[in-house]
Design a protein. Structure first.
Length: 245
């Protein structure tokens, strides 16, 4: 029943607030980004926060003081669950756009709300389209918008505390925009749904916002090392095989 109610709310909210979405998209197309941003800031965290409550999710967030003030950044987090998206939309300093896989853009209404949030859709199978998307992300950060990227590129289905290889795209965005990388260590999100055959289940999630990694002035060698450096920082704040946190 919890799962059914969740899906009804998921689509029902977007349908009910379709006039607000249209208003925001019209403003975006007219270059009135302030109006579009205000609508996104009002509706997106409300929608995502209710999804967390309906699933019975509680969250502990540590390290919000590590988010740079007055300048954009690139959040880079480990990716365990579909729920990582509503989590980062509600638990950081504000809802920020994401760099998402192209498949997400196929979802009706979802794609439009994500556009309002300045999300970027990445097609890794087409290098030219992927480069265009990354350049779009770079431009957004240069304009002052923070972005969230999951450098593993897909949900990690391995043991809690494990990491997949971090891809370089997130770090290219940060270095080209001369923005800091803020690592996110997310623990427990897979217990909400994926560990229960895709049925919603109450769970507790911990998000650790770690100290930013400055990217300006790095050597070529240091830039190449950024993915592994960031992965190592996050790994130190994830549970070990023994279950310690």
């Amino acid at each position: 029943m919890r799962t059914l109610i969740w899906f009804i709310y998921f689509w029902g909210y977007m349908l009910f607030h379709l006039p607000a979405l249209r208003r925001g998209l019209k403003a975006l197309d007219a270059g009135d980004w302030a109006t579009a941003d205000a609508l996104a800031a009002k509706h997106v965290p409300h929608w995502a926060g209710r999804l967390l409550k309906l699933a019975g999710v509680t969250v502990t967030v540590e390290g919000l003081e590590n988010i740079p003030k007055g300048r954009p950044c690139v959040f880079a987090g480990n990716h365990r669950s579909y729920y990582d998206i509503p989590l980062v939309l509600t638990q950081l300093d504000a809802p920020h756009g994401l760099v998402a896989k192209k498949e997400v853009a196929k979802l009706p209404l979802v794609r439009s709300w994500m556009r309002l949030l300045h999300c970027v859709f990445l097609d890794r199978e087409d290098p030219r389209k992927a480069m265009t998307a990354l350049n779009e992300a770079i431009d957004l950060v240069k304009k002052g918008y923070s972005l969230t990227i999951f450098p593993e590129g897909t949900r990690n289905k391995g043991a809690e505390g494990s990491l997949l290889e971090f891809k370089s795209g997130a770090f290219r965005v940060a270095t080209k925009a001369k923005a800091p990388i803020v690592p996110l260590a997310i623990t427990g999100s897979r217990d909400i749904m994926e560990n229960h055959h895709m049925f919603m289940h109450p769970a507790h999630v911990t998000i650790r916002v770690l100290e930013p990694i400055e990217t300006e002035g790095l050597t070529k060698e240091e830039i190449r090392a950024l993915p592994q450096r960031t992965a190592d920082v996050i790994a130190r704040h994830l549970p070990t095989d023994s279950g310690n946190r």
